[in-house]
Every structure is written in C-alpha cells, then in structure tokens.
Ligand binder design. Structure first.
Ligand SMILES: Cc1cc2nc3c(=O)[nH]c(=O)nc-3n(C[C@H](O)[C@H](O)[C@H](O)COP(=O)(O)OP(=O)(O)OC[C@H]3O[C@@H](n4cnc5c(N)ncnc54)[C@H](O)[C@@H]3O)c2cc1C
Ligand code: FES
Length: 251
C-alpha cells in the first residue's frame, strides 16, 4: 500500500452518469483483481472515496465511477494533468484457486467494475461466464471487456438492453440449464448479493462477494466499515475484505 501522487491522463464519460478516470503513476503498481484505491478528491472532503481498481497496467490505473454525491462530482471535474493522492492497492481482492476452472461473475450497478479486473486477471486461464445487470441501456458499460469472457449475459431492469431481469436471475437461469461453475464471484448492491447467496447456498456452490461499505481510512485503522460475520464476530470491510466468502458474512 502506498499513497501515490497520481496524474490524470483521461477522465471521461463512459455511460449515463458513469465516468472512467485513468491515472499515470511514477512507478509500477501490482494489483490483485478486486482490490481498490482510496482517492483524495479534494475540496472540503477530508475523507477519501473508495473506488475499485478496474484496470491496472504497470504505471496506469483506471477507476470507473458513478456520480453519487459531492465526492464523485469533484472527481468528474478534474482535468487532464491534475493530480490526486490515491492510496492503493487496498483490501484482499478476489483469488481463484487452481482447481477452480469455471468461474461465474455476477455483477450489478457499480459492482460491474471490480469484475472487469477479474476478467483481465483470469480471462486467459479460466472459463468465465459473466452475468451483468444494468439499470437500463444508458447505463451499459464495460461491454468490450465482458465480451472477452467465454459467455456474457447482459440484462437490464427495464428490458431496454438484453432481457428484463437482474443479474442473479440471469445466473440462476443458466445454472438451471446445467452451466454450473466451480466458483461464483460477485459484486453489487447488498440485496443482489443476498439473493445470490440464497441461490449458491441452495446449490452448494462456492461464492465470494465484494462488499461496498462507507469507509474512512481504507486500511483498517478507523473501524468505520465494520460488517457482521455469521460467526458473530465483526470484520473490517476495507482490510479483512472487501471480498468475503458469502457463507461467512451476514448480508
Ligand atoms: C471497496 C469499494 C469499492 C467501490 N468501488 C466503486 C466503483 O468501482 N465505482 C463506483 O462508482 N463506486 C464504487 N464504490 C462506491 C463509492 O465509494 C461511493 O459511491 C462514493 O464514495 C460516493 O461518494 P460521493 O461523495 O460521490 O457520494 P456521497 O455524498 O458520499 O454519498 C452519496 C450517496 O451514496 C451513498 N454511498 C456513499 N458511499 C457509499 C459506499 N461506499 N457504498 C454504497 N453507497 C455509498 C450514500 O449513502 C449516499 O446515498 C465502492 C465502494 C467501496 C467500499
Ligand atoms: S475504513 Fe477505516 S477501518 Fe475500514
């Protein structure tokens, strides 16, 4: 983990309300899929904003972000050549075992972006099926990346792109047809992850979920981001996660 002074080389709209910012770094960075950065967006915001690392290539990292409030709006206004402090890489990330050959990615909302990093890390060595849910056609992004998967099923809440259903329904429908993965990796809103956990538990499938909690420090010091484990203990999403075995975390 290092606090990089990162220079913006691109910051552009990629879908409705969604932007991608690429930073150049002055040294190489090694990232595991599913890790994130905590970006200082400036302004009156003392707290940084946690965003998943979507792509990393030696001295360049790309984050995709949805406009939500003041922090992401400030980020959107940053111009090429401006710098931000970015603390990264943070969190544990996704890890696929050698024995797990078939991987299902299930993502919705901003959960789509860490899954792109999984595809980039494991696309050459694993058989990957991606089930991705968007709000509507305007929110569709990352298609060029997901099309590199062995299978890509895109669905929308309103049916304006792909079938009208959510990512978990798309995954469950394919599962019912016999497309059974060795492991499921997921990121998205908590109700989506809860529904997925119900399916994977019923089917006795291994499932890992990346959680999105409000964060402070991003590296385990402030305890802003705690979540409940099924054991009754607590965990810090930023340091013990954000990726957890779905069976071990309360959703
Ligand atoms: C590990 C991790 C990875 C993330 N990756 C991405 C990503 O790749 N792309 C992306 O667009 N967003 C991602 N997020 C969510 C992102 O951090 C928040 O959307 C962002 O911090 C909102 O900041 P803001 O100042 O614009 O909005 P705020 O004014 O802080 O909040 C606006 C609204 O967003 C909600 N919100 C704020 N923070 C979060 C959060 N952490 N999780 C859920 N809801 C939140 C608030 O409750 C509020 O309703 C990630 C979060 C975590 C913890
Ligand atoms: S954000 Fe500070 S401990 Fe997790």
């Amino acid at each position: 983990m290092k606090d990089y002074i990162a220079t913006i080389v691109k910051n552009e709209k990629i879908a409705e309300n969604i932007y991608a910012v690429t930073f150049a770094l002055d040294e190489d960075v090694t990232i595991r899929a599913g890790q994130f950065g905590n970006i200082a967006v400036g302004g009156t915001h003392l707290l940084r904003r946690p965003i998943a690392i979507c792509k990393a290539d030696k001295r360049q990292v790309t984050f995709c972000y949805q406009l939500k409030g003041e922090g992401t709006r400030l980020l959107k206004e940053k111009k090429i050549g401006e710098t931000c402090n970015v603390l990264m890489p943070l969190g544990n990330g996704f890890y696929v075992e050698d024995t797990e050959k078939k991987v299902a990615l299930v993502g919705g909302g901003v959960g789509v972006f860490p899954l792109i990093s999984v595809l980039r890390a494991y696309g050459e060595t694993k058989e990957i099926s991606a089930y991705i849910g968007y709000r509507n056609q305007g929110a569709v992004c990352g298609v060029e990346d997901f099309q590199k998967a062995n299978k890509f099923v895109a669905v929308t809440d309103d049916g304006s792109y792909g079938e009208k259903m959510n990512a978990v329904q798309a995954f469950a429908a394919d599962l019912a047809k016999g497309n059974r993965p060795d492991v499921v990796l997921a990121c998205g809103p908590t109700p989506m992850l809860r529904a997925l956990k119900a399916v994977t538990e019923k089917e006795n499938l291994s499932c890992y979920v990346s959680l999105e909690e409000r964060m402070g420090c991003g590296f385990g010091a402030c305890v802003v981001c705690v979540c409940d484990l099924t054991s009754g203990k607590k965990a810090r999403v930023c340091k013990d996660g954000p990726v957890f075995n779905a069976s071990e975390v309360v959703l």
